[in-house]
Design a protein around this ligand. Structure first.
Ligand code: ATP
Ligand code: MG
Length: 396
């Protein structure tokens, strides 16, 4: 029995396009992952219908990239991307086609894709269309460019980094000529926007084998042209695989001895990501000198503490290492987890002292927060009141 590819609604989309006289097939990463026995995410459909024709066939569509030929079809509530067969014309800047051209043949569309494993298609009935030997390459666990590798990397230099990212994600190796072409064209990676590099780095950090990718980055010479490389690969590799993408970035920062803003600026990290790195950097700097203190447990959230201890363990491995369970226990045993847990607020302080609001409130709340955190008084209004009034009157 053939195992059908895709979801029922996605097959329905293909069926509808075929009924309307067009060709349509599943393509791209989801087909590759299906052959590897992985669950399919991001199902893509390629079709001979042009965007306007796709829109005419379905009642519910969203334009998400009409210029590139992509329409989102909503089928029984499921969003499915449908992209018109296209070629990418000429490339003058090593990154983006000058213009996208719609074509009528699936072969033309598959030929512009980067690697043979990514140039496979599957019909709605589960039949594999393999025009470039992708199936055999996958069986050999090889990443091979479609066509002449050097030409393909000249068109879009990001493909070189994608090849390497796939070595980490899939555990495959890069075919010899494809590898050689990366070595020869490595310098062109500098034409690629950091946004695209960052997306690939994220996937690399989430993979099972980031160290493999970093070795390949070095062996191909890409490291000479990437922001904040070369990096101490031996050091970097001691912490892999990562439990999260952000742990990867943190390891990149610490093992390379970079500041959080170095990394955030070079790879355009989001504010939340930048804050995480800045916290890890702070916690790590503390951790080099000593165990975490009550202040550390209070100020840094669990993810930051976990990541810091993990990096400390793998990069330094000196002194007593604490387990994740211990970190969690220490954090949870604090009298308060944040200011919101404090059992008194500014209003109470005003009532107790019969004084108007002002800067003094914030200052005293901070003192009370510390007193509670360090167990000088219980987090209980009467206990706090007693301590506070005594200290307050004493300092008047
Ligand atoms: P992932 O599983 O990480 O999403 P993917 O191969 O699906 O990997 P996408 O960026 O989602 O990567 O791209 C979908 C498909 O589009 C690819 O499988 C490939 O056929 C094609 N593709 C993507 N980027 C390029 C590129 N830079 N050059 C040529 N073809 C590309
Ligand atoms: Mg994909």
């Amino acid at each position: 029995m053939t195992v059908l590819f895709g979801t029922a609604p996605s097959r329905e989309v293909i069926h509808t396009l075929e009924e309307a006289g067009y060709e349509a097939v599943f393509v791209g990463g989801a087909v590759r992952d299906f052959l590897l026995g992985k669950p399919a995410t991001d199902i893509d459909i390629a079709t001979s219908a042009e965007p306007q024709e796709v829109k005419a066939v379905f009642p519910m569509t969203v334009d998400i990239g009409t210029a590139h030929g992509t329409i989102l079809v909503l089928m029984n509530g499921e969003p499915i991307e449908v992209t018109t067969y296209r070629t990418e014309g000429t490339y003058t800047d090593h990154r983006r086609p000058d213009k996208v051209q719609f074509v009528k043949s699936l072969r033309e569309d598959l030929r512009r894709r980067d690697f043979t494993m990514n140039a496979l298609a599957i019909t709605k009935d589960g039949e594999l269309i393999d025009l470039f030997g992708g199936k055999a390459d996958m069986a050999d666990r090889i990443i091979r460019a479609v066509g002449i590798a050097a030409d393909r990397f000249n068109e879009d230099a990001l493909r070189m980094f994608r090849a390497i990212r796939f070595t980490a994600v899939l555990g495959f190796d890069i075919e010899e000529q494809t590898f050689e072409a990366i070595r020869t064209n490595a310098n062109q990676i500098r034409y690629i926007s950091v946004e695209r590099l960052k997306a690939e780095m994220d996937k690399l950090f989430a993979s099972n084998n980031p160290a493999k990718a970093f070795r390949n980055i070095q062996n191909t010479g890409l490291n000479l042209y990437l922001p904040l490389f070369p990096l101490d690969i031996e050091k970097f590799s001691r912490t892999v695989p990562f439990e999260s993408v952000m742990e990867g970035w943190a390891c990149f920062m610490i093992s390379g001895n970079f500041s959080s803003s170095d990394v955030a600026n070079a790879y355009k990290l989001s504010n939340a990501e930048k804050m995480f790195l800045s916290s890890v950097k702070g916690a790590y700097t503390n951790r080099i000198d000593r165990q975490f203190t009550t202040d550390d447990y209070y100020h840094y959230d669990l993810a930051v503490l976990y990541t810091t201890e993990k990096l400390f363990k793998s990069l330094r491995n000196t002194g007593q290492i604490i387990s994740f369970a211990e970190i969690k226990e220490m954090k949870e045993s604090l009298p308060i987890q944040s200011l919101a847990d404090l059992s008194v607020d500014g209003k109470k302080l005003m009532a107790w002292t019969s004084q108007k609001g002002g800067r003094w409130i914030g200052e005293w709340i901070e003192k009370i927060e510390k007193a509670v955190l360090y167990g000088i008084c219980e987090n209980e209004p009467n206990d706090i009141k007693e301590w506070f009034l005594y200290e307050f009157n004493r300092k008047k």
